[in-house]
Design a protein around this ligand. Structure first.
Ligand SMILES: C[S@@+](CC[C@H](N)C(=O)[O-])C[C@H]1O[C@@H](n2cnc3c(N)ncnc32)[C@H](O)[C@@H]1O
Ligand code: SF4
Length: 385
């Protein structure tokens, strides 16, 4: 039976000082002054539009993620104003996690104190690498020294809970270099590390002019050694690219992966919400171009559509199977409104082929991918199409 899932909020800031050659996110290099005040107002009216549609406005908001783009281009006061306005409408959970994605450039780190004052309690720092050669090849605007300084400033601003974003499989990177990045990262004792393998996305400069990347064997070796290293250092590998001190797994990301609901506000932001009474799960998407988003007067929603019932299993599994622990039958049924029997044949086949496994957690059966299934998640998901 479909149940009302927990609710999160995603806020998108679509500008950066420069567009990185590998980046396919909705981020736009801005040479002109960014219309910060107008954008904050637009985010609020976007929120009000979403709020008016919420099936259960009394629900407690469990997390907020301010992502980008580069949210650290905005002043803390802007977020304070916005968060205070949001809290007039929605109840924030007592332990709400409020994350802001920040770049380590010297201008951005000056704002860290004001973010803490605004109520933001988690920073996600886009470090990518501590190797200056790699940073240069990635077109980053900061150096390794600035990255280390940014971490220090975050700690001094009392951010005990911070994440470091790192990438691996960088141009010509060796396993030693990748491990060295992780070694430097853990020295600052981050609560969480997101460790992404560089992917070459269409519509990026790297797609048109692809640099020389490590071959498949080296990539696999980097992955293998990195996972062993982080786990040895006490970081639990709970999702494909996410490692955390066990009590500090990201509540926002876990809500996505558990197929929870989220409001998405800002240019190009996506959202998902469940209408239990109408037995519907909807997705929303906002206008992508910052100008169009800002100028739209009739509403910010570009698209709203129902997830067809036959696509619900794969949509659920695309998220839930990213988690190391996988999902329980009851979670599948609560979040999709379908019976587990609808997917049990496929699950059985995958278990027989050693791509999925079943384990008991607190007396309940959980279905997850095996190590091989985790590596070949796309093939696992194809089974449910
Ligand atoms: C929304 S991005 C931006 C955060 C921030 N603006 C920055 O660049 O530091 C979040 C993270 O996605 C990762 N990322 C972006 N493009 C990627 C790609 N092509 N392959 C792998 N990871 C990528 C980076 O680690 C980045 O920090
Ligand atoms: S990687 Fe980050 S800084 Fe670079 S363009 Fe993308 S969002 Fe902006």
């Amino acid at each position: 039976m479909l149940e009302q899932p927990p609710l999160s909020l995603y806020i998108h800031i679509p500008w950066c000082t420069r567009k990185c050659p590998y980046c396919d996110f909705n981020s736009h290099a801005s040479n002109l002054p960014i219309p910060e005040k107008d954008y904050i107002n637009a985010l609020y009216s976007d929120f009000l539009q979403e709020y008016s549609k919420l099936p259960n406005p009394e629900i407690k908001l469990q997390s907020i993620f301010i992502g980008g783009g580069t949210p650290s281009l905005f002043e803390g006061e802007s977020y304070q104003t916005l968060l205070q306005k949001l809290e007039r409408h929605l109840n924030f959970a007592d332990n709400i996690e409020i994350t802001l994605e920040a770049n380590p450039s010297s201008m951005d780190v000056k704002r860290f104190n004001s973010y803490r004052e605004a109520g933001i309690n988690r920073l996600s720092l886009g470090i990518q690498s501590f190797n200056n050669n790699s940073l240069k090849k990635l077109g980053r605007t900061h150096s390794a020294e600035q990255a280390i300084q940014a971490i220090k400033i975050a700690q001094e601003a009392d951010f005990k809970n911070f994440n470091l974003d790192l990438m691996h499989g960088l141009p010509k990177q060796t396993p030693e270099e990748a491990l060295n990045d992780l070694q430097i990262a853990i020295e600052s004792e981050p609560a969480h590390i997101s460790w992404y393998q560089l992917t070459i996305e269409p519509n990026t400069i790297f797609f048109r002019h692809t640099p020389l990347l490590p071959n498949e064997d080296i990539l696999a070796e980097i992955q293998r050694q990195g996972e062993i290293f982080l786990e040895k250092k006490g970081y639990y590998h709970y999702e494909i690219s996410a490692f955390a001190i066990p009590s500090k797994m990201s509540s926002h990301n876990r809500n996505y992966w558990n197929f929870g609901d989220y409001i998405g506000i800002g240019a190009g932001a996506h959202g998902k919400f469940t209408l239990v009474n109408e037995k519907k799960i909807l997705r929303t998407r906002k206008r992508k171009q910052p100008n169009h988003y800002l100028e739209s007067t009739e509403g910010k929603i570009a698209e709203i559509f129902e997830i067809p019932i036959e696509e619900r299993p794969v949509e659920f599994l695309m998220n839930a199977l990213r988690l190391k622990t996988g999902f329980s039958r009851s979670m599948f049924e609560k979040r999709t409104g379908l019976s587990f029997i609808d997917v049990s044949t496929e699950v059985k086949n995958l278990i027989n082929n050693k791509l999925m496994q079943v384990s008991l957690v607190n007396g309940e059966e959980f279905y997850s991918t095996t190590k091989t299934g985790y590596r070949f998640l796309d093939s696992v998901l194809e089974e449910f199409l």
